[in-house]
Design a protein around this ligand. Structure first.
Ligand code: PLP
Length: 418
């Protein structure tokens, strides 16, 4: 099929998406109010944006930012800090803060995110394994649901101290977990072991729904500030939110035992963290609308997408399955070309550290590697899946998807002519 008028075709796809769009607008309005209420309750003022230096004692900017996250995510306490390098660092702090030698960790969503491999099982690098923490994983079933019988069995047999749940799909061909599904799993797990600590890798999930996992029983949630909750403005950092006692233990790991969150300064000031958090519900909505639109727009070329068109997204990632390496690389090329930064460079597959296959990436972002900004990446191997995410403005998503449709449209024409 050849699309004559791509612009009107995109308008048509937007019409098809009206039901999801309406729901996303409703969620964003709800979350914007949640965020705004927290700003007002905590009496945020210009003084909170000021830089601090040295030890950072009595840093009201740092303290209030933590309180805001705790209120918004409904945890008892939170750590929000530019001293956390990224999501992997935040998750590492969480695991090392909570677990002790001899403890066990059980992942019930299969293999945790790739960058955690070495954190959990690495050799000669200070991993959890080296400190005597045992790890086990139970895969999700074929439908992306929990294997409750296996989980129950393992909890009874091994008595793990903590359960690990990854909300987002990561690099797996599955749908992200809804908060309702996470809540249901937590309830079932607590029937078996009441005091088990539930950790949720919340990356890519913040503000996608009205509730966060902390509101359905998770003890602690963890994420990156250059993804959803930074609103595209926070230049670095990570957060953890949840139970008081756990946050305290983790704060001792972030700085030093007994110092915790009493120290830690930010010489550049906190303005982008506050402003980013305020913008986050809207930026996440824009990215999600882009994701939904891409699903409808690419359907005509026969590419399978996850989540499927018509389904509500539970994270900001859209997985797209291509038939060839050329299509995958071409797709990333189009995203790069229509980026505000580095639009003139061509993404090529490369041997990325930590991966055993070539990876292609499009990231024309203001903040290096920020994936709430429109970006895409994929492993250059079968089944040639691209993971597209982000989009600070819906209009940027529309422009990008238009170019992508034009790219594949032209390809089809060429193949038909040959
Ligand atoms: C991004 C991400 C992480 C952490 O990755 P960083 O690149 O270190 O921020 C962890 N888990 C999931 C599911 C992620 O999407």
């Amino acid at each position: 099929m050849y699309i004559e008028d791509v612009e009107s075709y995109i308008r048509l796809c937007e019409k098809k998406a009206h039901r999801e769009f309406a729901k996303l607008e409703e969620i964003a309005l709800y979350n914007q109010k949640k965020v705004l209420d927290a700003f007002r309750k905590n009496r945020v003022a210009a003084v909170h944006f000021n830089p601090s230096s040295g030890y950072g004692y009595d840093d009201v900017g740092r303290e209030t930012l933590c309180k805001l996250f705790a209120d918004i995510m409904q945890g008892e306490d939170a750590i929000v800090s530019p001293l956390i390098a990224n999501g992997t660092h935040a998750l590492t702090l969480c695991l090392f803060g909570i677990l002790r030698p001899g403890d066990r960790l059980l992942s019930i969503t299969g293999k945790p995110y790739d960058t955690l491999d070495d954190v959990i099982k690495g050799k000669n690098n200070g991993s959890l394994a080296e400190f005597g923490v045992k790890f086990e994983q139970i895969e999700l079933n074929k439908k992306g649901g929990f294997k409750f019988n296996k989980i129950k069995e393992s909890i009874i047999r091994n008595n793990p101290k903590a359960i690990f749940i990854q909300r987002s799909k990561g690099y797996a061909w599955r749908d992200a977990l809804s908060v309702a599904k996470i809540g249901e799993a937590i309830n079932k797990i607590r029937e078996v072991k009441k005091d088990i600590i539930v950790i949720v890798d919340n990356c890519y999930g913040e503000f996608v729904e009205k509730e966060e996992p902390t509101e359905v029983g998770a003890d602690i949630i963890v994420g990156s500030l250059i993804k959803n909750p930074g609103g595209g403005i926070a230049p670095t950092g990570g957060y953890l939110c949840g139970r008081n006692d756990l946050i305290k233990q983790i704060s001792y790991r972030l700085t030093a035992p007994s110092l915790g969150m009493e120290v830690g300064s930010c010489i550049s000031g906190y303005l982008p963290y506050y402003q980013g958090l305020f913008l986050a519900p809207s930026a996440v909505k824009n990215a999600l609308k882009g994701s939904v639109l891409a699903g409808y727009a690419l359907q005509v070329f026969g590419f399978e997408t996850m989540p499927k068109p018509g389904k509500m997204p539970y994270d900001i990632i859209k997985s797209i399955k291509f038939n060839t390496a050329e299509q995958l690389i071409g797709f990333c090329g189009e995203i790069q070309k229509i980026s505000p930064v580095d639009s003139y460079v061509t993404p090529l597959p490369w041997d990325m550290p930590g991966y055993n296959h070539q990876v292609v990436m499009a990231a024309g972002a203001f903040v290096q590697g920020a994936s709430l900004e429109l970006s895409a990446d994929g492993a250059v191997r079968e089944p040639y899946v691209a993971y597209m995410q982000g989009g600070l403005t819906y209009e940027h998503c529309v422009l990008a998807i238009t170019e992508i449709v034009k790219y594949f449209n032209g390809k089809q024409l060429k193949e038909t002519c040959l």
